[in-house]
Design a protein around this ligand. Sequence first.
Ligand SMILES: Cc1cc2nc3c(=O)[nH]c(=O)nc-3n(C[C@H](O)[C@H](O)[C@H](O)COP(=O)(O)O)c2cc1C
Length: 482
Amino acid sequence: MASLTIRKLDDAVKTYLRLRSAKNHRSVEEEVRVILRELIEGREEPLTPFSAPPAQSIAPVPQRTGALPEASVTLIIGGGIAAYKSLDLIRRLKERRVEVRCVLTKAAQQFVTPLAVSALSHERVYTDLFDPQSEFDAGHIRLARDCDLIVVAPATADLMAKMANGHADDLASAILLATNRKILLAPAMNPLMWNNAATRRNLAQLQRDGVVLVGPNSGEMAEAGEAGVGRMSEAIEIATAAERLLRPPVPKPLAGKRVLITAGPTHEPIDPVRYIANRSSGKQGFAIAAAAQAAGAEVILVSGPVDLDDPAGVTVKHVESARQMLEQVRAALPADIAIFAAAVADWRVANEGEQKLKKTAAGMPPLQLVENPDILATISKLADKRPPLVIGFAAETEHLIDNAKTKLARKGCDWIVANDVSPATGVMGGDRNTVHLISKNAEKNDEITVDSWPVMTKEQVAIELVAHVAKSVTGKSLESAS
Ligand SMILES: Cc1cc2nc3c(=O)[nH]c(=O)nc-3n(C[C@H](O)[C@H](O)[C@H](O)COP(=O)(O)O)c2cc1C
């Protein structure tokens, strides 16, 4: 396989590569790889059998879409016995879809070889601050910043001392000084080194500087007969700590709460093949269900007929008519919060045909309508199982706020989400929504407040509404809860 020395390319090509890689936050070497991959993927004609390697030796080409690594780590391996555990750490990080680029100190190379590290990380390994090839594009700066996190494992007493005092006389310490990323240290050393006053001072300084620590653990040392605090954490512990920093856990302010949501239209049968419906898509209610589930709630979604996939992790009851919807809503009680976002038909056909209605000489069959049960009012006025927070939706085409305030009082719910569904807004069936949250404040003599939100996607409206619900029910905000 030919190798390419970037330094020897034409100046124009080098300049192009340097600019393109800087723009894409990649090293020049990675950029060349991306360009080659794009070139091959963009080929219209298949590779000829003549140029293709034998079938059994073709490694599966990673799919670019959806398969890109989600996070990247620069792993600095220091010169300690525990360096062997870093080989496993590389695997553990890659299992978590973390791209790993490794830097070995001079001492680390006494314990593990760059070849082994490179084979496991599938990347070239960096060892030298004064490497012309990687310094061509300011390699140590890129290693310091082209990542989401820097992990030092094992973090030797020497590396910690250098960090605490701002040294930069080799590649590892220069990266650690030049970075603006979070640093996770996995110290590993003899207990006497760990407890030495100098190490304690350095550690205290590093903690003040915001460095995060995993371990060290207590246990047996490599040195025969020695034990104490100083063992490097296991690879899996370090990978878990790294993942917490890379992908902080999503707050779950609604954990332990049961949320009942309705969504979509209802279909009110005229005869076995015809029905009365409305233009509701169910998107808003489904988005609320997904947001509540993401906030940790147990979610029961009662949905009319929609063309949407059930949200993951949500119990979905599919119904057709308003009466079926009410039945499922009742069955789902008790709940802590009920959000009625469905566009329930106000009326149904009283004289529903048992057989398909036929055209007759007598003219059009008269359709008699009767009122459907009012789900929002029924649940809001329940004496026993009324959820502590009941939220209705008011879809209006005129006098939006006034009508919504009247609805809040008439139905007996706590909040109304009012939205203008006149055709010009495109809300019905569309992806965006402009809503006003109208709420009754029990602590202020049932004072009504109107909170008008800017135009948002239905997902954003859902997240905002769930945040308000969480604040009201638990006092926790989505940002602060954990
Ligand atoms: C066999 C052996 C094991 C060592 N293990 C450790 C260790 O676990 N932790 C440590 O801080 N230093 C250890 N050292 C000392 C370091 O290798 C030494 O301080 C070195 O300069 C560290 O370089 P680095 O921090 O650039 O990797 C060990 C040395 C030897 C010879």
